[in-house]
Design a protein around this ligand. Structure first.
Ligand code: G3H
Ligand code: 13P
Ligand code: ZN
Length: 307
């Protein structure tokens, strides 16, 4: 099967109330791992590449890797630009076969976010490419005791409706208190999950959750046993993800959990196999761990068995 749009994948998920994982990849190992997981789990998948991943791997190279793996996979695969901010990169992605792009104008004032998003929608839709945009700011909300400050970070449901009507985006990323990376919370997780229902009621379109990694204790323990210093790493509990999906999240972005699993595995192999001189002895078990993380997410999000 060739690459499909994220709209086709997410509209089906929206209709049947599950979410699809969007997994960040930078190289062959991650791309093979996540697409391999999708095939085994019979799950649709969104493979996403950030601007810095493109700078790292090369536009033609990363596109070629994902497109060729998708061509051999018998499940729907979309290739998506994650957090696009640079106009030239967005246009290049569209020209190079991406089937989906994100325009991240979340740092801009509302009207400017609308304007740049609308411009991307016009160019992308003319080429048959789906568009995700973001409204609200991704940041932990636990430290915001001042209610006004906290509210300013989160996505406002009425603004979300105006934004979707004016831009005609295909999917909207919302801010409910998640954040990127391994250190999401200092204490107990604080999320405004009820906001998902309120936004969904207004806009109806597929909603996206960024910063959704769980940061599992077993992976932290494994890595720390072999020398990692990851103190303070805390993620989003699985039960919160299930709750958010039941309220209308249809795309869940995962990068950190795969990075942690990969590094934990490399550390373990380096320590337990000091004799090896073959990089594949490090990469193969790390790839297996990343694949297992992705497969677990597909089951958690409810996308397993849908393809
Ligand atoms: O949200 C950001 C993703 O985790 C990608 O991160 O820019 O380091 O590739 P990156
Ligand atoms: P995590 O850092 O929680 O994996 O989030 C990834 C993400 O949102 C990529 O856009
Ligand atoms: Zn993100």
């Amino acid at each position: 099967m060739g690459l499909v749009t994220s709209k086709s994948i997410l509209d089906a998920a929206n209709e049947r109330r599950y979410a699809v994982g969007a997994f960040n990849v930078n190289n062959l190992e991650f791309a093979k791992a996540v697409i391999g997981a999708a095939v085994e789990e019979r799950s649709p998948i969104i493979v996403q590449v950030s601007e810095s991943a493109i700078a790292y791997a090369g536009m033609k190279q990363i596109t070629g890797i994902v497109a060729s793996l998708a061509g051999n996979a018998d499940v729907p695969v979309a290739l998506h630009l994650d957090h696009g901010r640079d106009w030239a990169t967005i246009v290049q992605c569209i020209a190079n076969g991406f089937t989906s792009v994100m325009i991240d104008g979340s740092h801009l004032p509302f009207d400017e976010n609308v304007a740049i998003t609308r411009k991307v929608v016009e160019v992308a839709h003319a080429a048959g490419v789906s568009v995700e945009a973001e409204l609200g700011k991704l940041a932990g909300i636990e430290d915001y005791v001042v209610v006004d400050e906290r509210e300013a970070l989160l996505t406002d449901p009425d603004e979300a409706l105006a934004f979707v009507e004016r831009t005609e985006v295909d999917a909207l990323a919302v801010a409910i208190g998640t954040s990127h990376g391994p250190r999401k919370f200092k204490g107990e997780p604080v999320l405004a999950i009820d906001l998902v229902s309120k936004i969904k009621e207004k806009v109806g379109i597929p909603l996206v959750l960024h910063g959704a990694s769980g940061v599992p204790a077993e992976i932290i323990e494994l890595a720390e046993r072999f020398g990692a210093e990851w103190g303070g790493s805390k993620g989003i509990p699985d039960r919160s993800i299930v709750d958010a999906v039941s309220r209308g999240i249809n795309k869940v972005n995962i990068d950190t959990d795969m990075r942690l699993a990969f590094i934990a595995s490399v550390r373990e192999t380096l320590s337990t196999r000091p004799e090896t001189t073959d990089p594949r002895d490090l990469l193969k078990p790390a790839m297996v761990r990343v694949k297992s993380v992705a497969a677990g997410k597909m089951r958690l999000f409810g996308s397993a068995g849908r393809a």
